[in-house]
Write a protein that binds this ligand. Structure first.
Ligand SMILES: [Fe+2]
Ligand SMILES: [Fe+2]
Length: 293
């Protein structure tokens, strides 16, 4: 990938929430649907802020100055998405049926997740970010948009999706970069991480193991049952991830190799329980066990 061209594309792709036409009247939805939609956009704002924090850690890790500038545009993108989500929540909150607040699980998880990514190797962090982006920033958002089925949301999502395709391109690029011989050779020359660094990494990972499941259930699995009932978008996201971890260099790396192993175990009745435990121990959603064709 030509990073200079990518940076240009990222800079050209910047937009402002004011460019969207917010004057359109919102549709009248049944109360139950209105509640669900406003809650989804409220939580979406939290997810986007989490994404912004993650790209900020990536920016700080980046050795290459061009890459660091690309990540800076991603931070701006995600902050804009968060703002857009808040505006959409307000737009569809026609009847003001309740005071909406972000899922507690989301707030607790986000705090520990950012903390964890600061302590684990960049390669590991990239795996979690890529999975998170594909499931939450792409599959979930597109499904919510289809469920809302209104021009206001569609226009906003169209722009958001354009930003997301740049994010995914870089997530995939980073995954391949960390799997490359050049990076592994560089890594071998780096000083060993200190014992206290290892302890901090394990400690923060422990928090993630506790909070990942309730978080994922609240902001992904439950909404997806309603907005993606056929599971089409989930399947699409999983297929994209599968293609990535099966790339020649990537499949040999520890975390992708473990996911592939867990999928293999999951496909056999006698070992499927072990596979689920393995996924949970890695703090990864068990939906990843459905090996996409
Ligand atoms: Fe986003
Ligand atoms: Fe994103």
């Amino acid at each position: 990938m030509d990073l200079h061209r990518m940076l240009e594309k990222c800079q050209r792709g910047q937009w402002r929430t004011e460019e969207l036409d917010w004057s359109r009247p919102p549709p009248v939805m049944p109360p139950e649907k209105e509640r669900a939609v406003v809650q989804y956009f409220t939580d979406m704002a939290g997810i986007e802020r989490l994404a912004a924090a993650l790209f900020e850690t990536q920016r700080l890790h980046a050795e290459d100055p061009v890459l660091a500038r690309i990540f800076a545009t991603f931070v701006a993108d995600e902050q804009r998405h968060a703002r857009t989500a808040e505006l959409l929540a307000a737009h569809y909150d026609v009847r003001q049926l309740e005071v909406y607040r972000q899922s507690d699980e989301l707030r607790v998880f986000a705090f520990h997740f950012v903390e964890m990514l600061r302590h684990v190797p960049a390669e590991v962090a990239t795996t979690y970010i890529t999975v998170g982006e594909l499931l939450l920033d792409v599959a979930l958002l597109r499904s919510i948009d289809a469920y809302v089925d209104d021009d206001m949301s569609r226009d906003a999502m169209e722009r958001i999706n354009r930003d997301e395709s740049r994010h995914i391109a870089i997530d995939f690029y980073m995954t391949e970069y960390y799997a490359s011989d050049a990076y592994q050779a560089w890594l071998r020359k780096q000083p060993w991480r200190s014992l206290s660094q290892h302890v901090s990494a394990i400690w923060s990972f422990g928090h993630i193991l506790r909070h990942a499941r309730p978080f994922f259930r609240d902001v992904f699995l439950e909404p997806m049952q309603r907005v993606d009932p056929t599971g089409r978008r989930l399947t699409e996201a999983l297929a994209r991830y599968q293609a990535l971890i099966e790339r020649p260099g990537v499949r040999r790396r520890p975390l992708p190799a473990l996911i592939l192993l867990a999928q293999w175990l999951s496909a056999h009745r006698t070992t499927s329980g072990v596979a689920r435990r393995l996924a949970r121990t890695m703090g990864l959603p068990t939906v990843l066990l459905q090996r996409a064709a």
